[in-house]
Design a protein around this ligand. Structure first.
Ligand code: SF4
Ligand code: SF4
Length: 165
């Protein structure tokens, strides 16, 4: 089985997180953060309770509309600060995958295009987070969790094409 990914952003686009925390606030809009089993298991292992809800089988961080993520504190992510851990979707931001019939589009989260000051700096996304998000999505499709399949195995099941040269 092979999974086709269409990268819909500039091949040379760079990104470095400046830790400004804007994305953790949802940029003053509704922040939605899907969690996977490995995210939930890790956070629960640190004795946090009642931090997610199930919406039709999708696990979402419990975040009140217009409010920041509950782990965002004093301008920092508490999970990263205390345990060096990001939920998987936070770890691949500002990339986003949209599933279509027979292929996946990898793009920049539209909110990040407007608001993330880290875009345009640092290393090229294609050398960093692109591999991570593709391997994670293949792993999700095969095992329901982004961290289960080793990256080299997951990437061997993926084909990447670019919509722009
Ligand atoms: S908005 Fe961009 S630069 Fe700021 S914390 Fe989020 S990913 Fe990092
Ligand atoms: S888990 Fe951490 S990085 Fe992710 S949205 Fe919450 S505060 Fe931000």
């Amino acid at each position: 089985m092979r999974f086709l990914f269409l990268a819909e952003f500039d091949k040379n686009l760079r990104f470095r997180c400046l830790l400004c925390g804007r994305c953790c606030t949802g940029y003053n809009g509704g922040l939605k953060l899907e969690l996977y089993k490995s995210d939930i298991d890790f956070i629960a292992s640190k004795n946090y309770k009642d931090f997610y809800e199930d919406k039709n089988g999708i696990k979402l961080m419990k975040i009140k509309y217009g409010m920041p993520c509950p782990f965002y504190e004093n301008g920092l992510c508490k999970l990263k600060l205390l345990y060096g851990f990001f939920p998987w979707n936070c770890s691949v931001y500002p990339l986003q995958v949209v599933e279509h019939s027979g292929f996946f589009v990898v793009r920049i989260n539209p909110a990040a295009l407007e608001e993330c000051p880290g875009l345009g700096r640092g290393p090229r996304l294609r050398d960093t987070l692109l591999r991570k998000i593709i391997s994670g999505v293949v792993s999700i499709k095969m095992t329901s969790d982004p961290r289960t399949l080793p990256q080299d195995i997951a990437l061997s099941l993926a084909e990447v094409r670019w919509s722009k040269s």
